[in-house]
Design a protein around this ligand. Structure first.
Ligand code: MRU
Length: 349
């Protein structure tokens, strides 16, 4: 099968996704015709990355509309609420999931629809709109962020924030990609990102495909390279950013932020406004997903830790805003005090 143009695509009532669990050794495409299947794809990380999760949830809601046999708008709404409840359980940290589901429910309750079928069609249009907007938003963020990168810079990044983490293009990796397209000579140091190795598997693969010079490093090597003066600037993503600029992102991002500050290196999360949660005053209120302990004790099914050992496996951590130089959004770069600047960039939507 040919490669998909995007991380996920809608084809006549079927959602196709690149299976990110098997990259880069295998390129496989999964197809889904039910919202339950989409919820499972999000939970098992066939698809991952906050904006991609949001777009998948949008298509999941569109599938729920098609699955429902309801004849009336009110019966259809009841089925959609049930689907929303299942999708909401799939992963707790990325706010894009809840943002997209709420947006789809608002579409469904729009009074201008005359029939259940009108609602079904509107849901498909809205899900496609979420996906298309995501690509455009990434390109705008990339333009703002690339202005921070100088010719010759070496950039550190964590996890995967490339085209695979969104519908297309990328957030933090989109910024790096844009700088490369602008002809800047750059190098990237990519943290491997234990436990699921998104950096080693996905970021390294994407950067190599784009022709960008990448060096893969173990997570615990980043401090060494920072102290040696090798790193000029850090770009990371976010799964949810609170009103005060505290940034939840892939586990290990906090360490990158602290080490960057210690070494005088600018640290920029790249965050679409759909990932900013102004309802939470600070990052302590962001729910942190705890995942299966086998992600820590095994790699690809091969166990290396002693049987019976206790395991902690938080999927995300919170970098307090004091370590954040600025937050790149599609509406410009927010600088401290973030309480003020984030409100402004969100309002510009
Ligand atoms: O667990 P994942 O792979 O979904 O985590 C992804 C990240 O932490 C990304 O940095 C974040 O979603 C922003 S990506 C565009």
């Amino acid at each position: 099968m040919n490669e998909l143009q995007r991380t996920l695509e809608w084809h006549d009532g079927t959602v196709l996704m690149i299976d990110q669990r098997v990259l880069p050794l295998h390129y496989e495409i999964k197809s889904y015709t039910t919202y339950q299947g989409v919820a499972d794809a999000i939970h098992t990380m066939v698809i991952r990355g906050a904006p991609a999760i949001g777009a998948a949830a949008g298509f999941g809601m569109a599938l729920a509309g098609l699955q429902s046999t309801a004849k009336t708008r009110s019966d259809l709404l009841r089925d959609l609420e049930a689907a929303a409840a299942v999708l909401r359980q799939s992963r707790p940290t990325a706010v894009n999931l809840f943002w997209a589901i709420d947006r789809m429910l608002r579409t469904a309750t729009d009074e201008s629809h005359d029939s259940a079928n009108d609602v079904r069609n509107a849901l498909i249009r809205e899900a496609q709109q979420i996906a298309d907007e995501d690509v455009e938003i990434n390109k705008r963020m990339a333009e703002h962020g690339a202005a921070l990168i100088k010719d010759g810079d070496t950039i550190l990044t964590h996890c995967n924030t490339g085209a695979l983490a969104v519908v297309d293009y990328g957030t933090a990796l989109g910024v790096i990609r844009r700088a490369h397209e602008q002809g800047k000579r750059i190098q990237v140091f990519a943290d491997e990102t234990r436990p699921r190795l998104q950096g080693a598997r996905l970021t390294a693969w994407e950067l190599m495909r784009w022709g960008i010079d990448v060096t893969l490093i173990a997570d615990n090597a980043s401090g060494h390279y920072m102290r040696k003066g090798k790193i000029d600037i850090c770009f990371v993503g976010s799964d949810r950013t609170a009103a005060n600029g505290d940034v939840a992102n892939k586990i290990g991002t906090y360490k990158v932020g602290v080490l960057a500050r210690e070494n005088g290196i600018p640290f920029y999360p790249v965050v679409p406004t759909s990932t900013i949660d102004l309802s939470l005053p600070n990052g302590d209120l962001i729910p942190i997903e705890e995942r299966d302990e086998r992600e820590v004790t095994e790699i690809d099914g091969v166990r290396f830790a002693p049987i019976g050992v206790k395991v902690g496996n938080p999927a995300f951590d919170v970098t307090p805003h004091k370590y954040v130089t600025g937050i790149v959004t599609e509406n410009g770069i927010a600088y401290p005090p973030f309480e003020v600047s984030l409100k402004k960039v969100v309002k510009k939507q």
